[in-house]
Design a protein around this ligand. Structure first.
Ligand SMILES: NC(=O)c1ccc[n+]([C@@H]2O[C@H](COP(=O)([O-])OP(=O)(O)OC[C@H]3O[C@@H](n4cnc5c(N)ncnc54)[C@H](OP(=O)(O)O)[C@@H]3O)[C@@H](O)[C@H]2O)c1
Length: 299
């Protein structure tokens, strides 16, 4: 049986499947989130940078589901590393919630808070405008301080898009290990080395873009289609099941009621099928999410 949750080092239970909320905007996005909550989703993956927090908050409120039955994840935006406390306050206000179950540093990439763009400020030469005299270690120290200052507002803190080098740096500087590292994770980007490091340090990986994001070639892969057909499910269901079977929560996004429902129905794939999915991924290695403010150490 596949688990319906994983337990973090602080004892908190994180659901095995959550709804990604990136690009869930307007009435369609609001209806998708409300539908997901009313039909069994127990986790929402949100971010200040998605600029849809009020809509998410409205969907939470109007879903009629009790706040304590939803695991709400949100993320500190890159341009707010030097103003993290204010970002937290705005996030809680926009979502209309008293606390976050998990607050992540979205990227290890502090960008100019007073730059020429709220998301990707640029310098005159077109390069990314990073925050001066600041780095992600300083940001993690601030997040740790806020976590200690506001235990009623932050149940746990973690990071996203961190590699081994960045994890080592924040742990060494503070002695505080993030409970979660949320990264791109699917068969084509299986994060083997990072998984080993996180396992050794009790950091729970969470899989973002688990289907390969928008226009994913994984969804057209003939070998994956074969595995899906013999298990009478779809490729997305295979990919989500593969993640949960491997030991991490998965946060697929969809704006369609049908696909939202489908993504929650995971299956216990055989060891052979799980291995085959891993092999197909290693033969088609690809990272789908990249950003101008960060270079990943691998693929
Ligand atoms: N921490 C980070 O930096 C970071 C980065 C990227 C993503 N994330 C998080 O991870 C979440 C998921 O990643 P993602 O949004 O990039 O991509 P994803 O969940 O891998 O894929 C989403 C795409 O797959 C389609 N889809 C979903 N279910 C499907 C199904 N059953 N059958 C066919 N197509 C399906 C969706 O289209 P339809 O809407 O039409 O169904 C959408 O185009 C995000 O929403 C966000 O919350 C975090």
């Amino acid at each position: 049986m596949l688990p319906d949750h994983f337990t973090l080092t602080n004892g908190q239970n994180i659901p095995s499947i959550g709804l990604g909320t990136w690009q869930l905007d307007g009435d369609k996005g609001y209806n998708a989130i409300k539908h997901a909550l009313q039909n069994g989703y127990k986790m929402l993956d949100c971010a200040f940078a998605y600029t849809n927090q009020e809509l998410v908050g409205r969907a939470i409120k109007e879903s009629g589901i009790a706040r304590e039955d939803i695991f709400v994840v949100d993320k500190l935006a890159n341009t707010w590393h030097s103003a993290a406390e204010e970002n937290l306050k705005l996030t809680l206000e926009s979502l209309g919630v008293e606390y976050l179950d998990l607050w992540l540093m979205h990227w290890p990439s502090p960008l100019n808070h007073h730059g020429n763009d709220p998301k990707t400020p640029k310098l005159a030469d077109g390069s990314v405008d990073f925050e001066k005299d600041w780095d992600y270690v300083k940001t993690w120290k601030t997040m740790v301080e806020l976590y200690r200052k506001y235990p009623e507002k932050l149940k746990s803190i973690g990071v996203a898009n961190f590699g081994v080098k960045e994890l080592e740096a924040i742990i060494e500087a503070t002695g505080v290990v993030p409970v979660v590292n949320q990264v791109e994770l699917h068969p084509s980007c299986n994060q083997q080395q990072l998984f080993k490091f996180c396992e050794d340090h009790d950091i729970q990986l969470v899989a973002y873009s688990p289907l390969g994001s928008i226009g994913s070639p994984l969804l057209q892969n003939k070998d994956l289609a074969g595995i899906a057909a013999r298990n009478r499910v779809t490729i997305p269901q295979c990919l989500i099941s593969w993640g949960v079977a491997n030991g991490w929560p998965v946060i697929p996004r969809s704006s369609s009621f049908e696909r939202i429902d489908q993504n929650l129905q995971i299956v216990d794939l055989s060891k052979d099928d799980l291995n085959e999915i891993t092999i197909i991924g290693s033969q088609n290695r690809q990272r789908f999410v990249t950003a101008p403010w960060h270079s990943f150490a691998d693929i």
